[in-house]
Design a protein around this ligand. Structure first.
Ligand code: C5P
Length: 399
């Protein structure tokens, strides 16, 4: 999977830098071209000579070559890369990356890189557990960077705990998995709905719900990262899609969402209905703001909204995959299965509002994936992005 891939290997100043030599070797053995970028302090731990001999390329560390004045372009490097791996990543470099402190070649290259970035932290257990480090790592995650979690074991300090850089083999396997997955939906068209719908009462008021769109956006990002062309029909949310292969269509009401979905669904290979669609809408929204003065308490007559998932389910052609979500508070399994059948879904992802960390607004979710054949798999608490990955894994033909 790494054949011909351009990989920037960023090395920072930690004891685990000795493992970077092995990592470079393994990447090259897997077919990659490796360009090493070192921070000044990394050179205290492993020499540029070792790294350039292993990779067959001069190591880049400074902005300029002192004697010739030749400029090393972090921009060119960033564009050259198919992936950037920072291993080991010290607390210091992680902090600089999280906050854009571009005072060395490695961080400027990181800021210029358009390719996916993998970060393998390595530090003492207390540094690793410090709220500053965890906040910085969370920030990197929120930028879409991949964190290769350190292992637990004996550390350079002779203390035992979490902070050991993952073994080079594990890091290479992560990269291979990433590139394999990045192909898995190549050529596929994926339709995703996300967020709430707003149903107009009058020009300034609406019926809505607490959905933030995080789960649907995570699915759209994950599908795009796997090579799909994604249409994301989104209700009003505060978040933005990042991947260039995602086309966002902003809508407000369930009716608008249905219209956009009906336009996109005939071309879609996979559709994931993640939106929290309002069940009812005011029958006759007022043209003008409903005034409080001199009025009796108004009555809002509601009408049923279209069921988008069920409508698409009725139009589904062989080969198309339709996935729904169920957010239940009671009788979860029975209700989810009933929904799957009624809407003609191939799979339904059940999240229970009773589970801590699951549901509206959180960054994590706990899903149970139930397929049309009745098989189910219960996923543990994980980030919405990881849950999105597992959901897409579950419908890939190999699984
Ligand atoms: O029936 P219920 O709202 O619980 O079903 C949830 C599933 O159906 C979700 O996948 C949701 O996106 C979808 N849905 C829809 N249109 C509606 C109501 C729900 O697409 N009007």
């Amino acid at each position: 999977m790494l054949d011909g891939k351009h990989i920037i290997l960023g090395i920072t100043g930690g004891i685990a830098a000795y493992k970077s030599a092995m990592l470079a070797r393994l990447l090259i053995k897997a077919g990659a071209e490796v360009q090493v970028v070192m921070t000044p302090s990394a050179k205290e731990f492993i020499t540029p000579v070792t790294m350039s001999a292993l990779t067959g390329k001069p190591v880049v560390s400074e902005f300029f070559t002192a004697n010739t004045g030749e400029w090393h372009s972090h921009v060119d490097l960033g564009l050259w890369a198919d992936a950037m791996v920072i291993a080991p990543a010290t607390a210091c470099t992680i902090g600089k990356m999280a906050n854009g402190v571009a005072d060395n070649m490695l961080v400027t290259t990181y800021l210029s890189a358009k390719a996916p970035v993998f970060v393998a932290p390595a530090m003492d257990l207390d540094m690793m557990a410090h709220p500053s480090t965890t906040a910085n790592i969370d920030k990197l995650r929120s930028y879409g960077n991949h964190i290769i979690e350190p292992a637990s074991g004996e550390l350079a300090s002779h203390l035992t705990g979490k902070g050991r850089m993952q073994e080079p083999e594990v890091i290479v396997a992560e990269l291979e998995k990433f590139f394999a997955e990045s192909q898995s939906l190549k050529g596929k068209k994926v339709l995703v709905t996300a967020g709430p719908t707003y149903e107009k009462i009058d020009p300034v008021r609406f019926i809505g719900n607490y959905s933030t769109g995080k789960m649907g956006y995570a699915i759209a990002e994950e599908a795009a990262a796997r090579g799909a062309e994604v249409t994301l029909v989104s209700g009003p949310v505060a978040i933005k899609a990042k991947h260039p292969a995602i086309t966002v269509i902003d809508v407000e009401s369930a009716k608008q969402m249905l219209a956009e979905c009906q336009a996109a669904f005939p071309h879609a290979d996979i559709a994931v209905m993640c939106a929290a669609v309002a069940d009812y809408a005011p029958a006759e929204p007022a043209d003008r703001k409903i005034k409080r003065e001199k009025q009796e308490i108004p009555t809002i007559t509601l009408v049923k909204n279209p069921d988008i998932a069920a409508t698409l389910g009725a139009q589904k052609k062989p080969g198309q995959i339709l996935i729904g979500f169920a957010l239940e508070t009671d009788n979860e399994m029975t209700n989810a299965l009933e929904k799957l059948r009624r809407k003609n879904l191939d799979m339904i992802a059940l999240n229970s509002l009773r589970t801590p960390g699951a549901g509206f607004g959180t960054d994590t979710n706990v899903l149970t994936l139930i397929k049309a054949d009745g098989s189910e798999s219960q996923l543990p608490l994980m980030s919405k992005r990881d849950a999105a990955a597992r959901l897409l894994d579950a419908i890939s033909p190999a699984k």
